[in-house]
Design a protein around this ligand. Sequence first.
Ligand SMILES: O=C(O)C1=C[C@@H](OP(=O)(O)O)[C@@H](O)[C@H](O)C1
Ligand SMILES: C=C(OP(=O)(O)O)C(=O)O
Length: 426
Amino acid sequence: MIFHKVTSLKGEVTIPGDKSISHRAVMFGSLAEGTTEVTNFLQGADCLSTISCFRKLGIEIENTPDRILIHGKGLHGLSEPTDTLDTGNSGTTTRLISGILAGQPFTTVLNGDASIQTRPMKRIITPLSMMGADITSLKGNDCAPLRICGSQLHGITYQSPVASAQVKSCVLLAGLYADAPTSVAEPILSRNHTELMLTGFGAKVTSSGTTATIEPEPDLKGMKIEIPGDISSAAYFIAAGLIIPNSEILVKNVGINPTRDGILRVAKEMGGDITILNEKISGGEPTCDLLVRSSSLKGVTVGGEIIPTLIDEIPMIAVMACFAEGTTIIKDAQELKVKESNRIDTVVTNLKAMGAHIEATDDGMIIEGGYPLHGAVIDSHLDHRIAMSFAVGALGADGETTIEGADCVKISYPEFYESLKSLIQQ
Ligand SMILES: O=C(O)C1=C[C@@H](OP(=O)(O)O)[C@@H](O)[C@H](O)C1
Ligand SMILES: C=C(OP(=O)(O)O)C(=O)O
């Protein structure tokens, strides 16, 4: 897909449903008694992978344009699938479903695409094995394909070495099937959608600092869920509005859960002109609209506790930093190496191709902003976050930019390019 520099972005965009929350609605709705009705569900390929897996586990799920109906069968209502569950490109599907499958009285094999088959699964194999699960990486490389022979699980207290909501959620979901309460502590608090939504379904989940604890065998009851817009998708329009001159974008329906809102805090610290409007609670999560205007940005240091709250937005922050005066340092972000692509490498290589002054570090990158970017051929590595971040960067770069594998945005934001184009002023 080819992009050129634009002079101004104006208008409004409504952000589609949150990917993390959409996955969880399907999973928890499947484990609840009765029907769960979900509106503003994200029809991205990752969430469709979750639907397909739960259908194979015997759950009837009606997917219509205005709502999803999940006919849950209760905690013990899943049935043995007849073939491998395909988790596609989705780390969230792979890791969360593994926690559920560990507690089932049957064996399942899970696999996904080439990217999923390189993503680390030892981080879930270790705690699930401590709980008594029999889980094997079939190629012996601690990645998918995984075979999970479910069994009676034991409650554990687990200290996770990584701040990861996927690890935390996996262990808490296995804890639904354990013989005693299960606790997970993490080095820094990660997104808490699992804790919030499971509580809504009737589970007993308590959180204290960076530790979450779940009681086993709750009666989960189907419910209605309105999914808020995904701040990780909003990030592209926030950045676009700030870096493109003469721009004003109203970004509507953005989830601003404090465990996810790091991008807003960083954009404001960089000098971004962002006004929060219409704050409300939707589906148990805080949401708002954001009015974003072109701004003169300055470099910042991003590291420590804020990292889990903006981990998926770092490619966009790196591109934004090229349009800011001064130095931006991104650190404590080693997790970027184990996403859909190695996002330290893919960001640094592609930004260098556009003329940016950027160096990779072991846990992030250092960017000298203020040097104009020029068009280049960008390899997305089929990573949706890379394609979207560079599409925005291309609108501020001189000349022509080609994004290879641009179609991968279907993973988390199928309408991304249409929404971006609708803002371009001729
Ligand atoms: O739990 C989730 O929904 C997610 C957690 C994060 O991954 P980690 O748990 O690996 O940090 C994030 O990068 C991913 O996009 C979605
Ligand atoms: C890392 C991501 O997702 P997942 O881990 O679910 O593949 C992402 O969406 O940026």
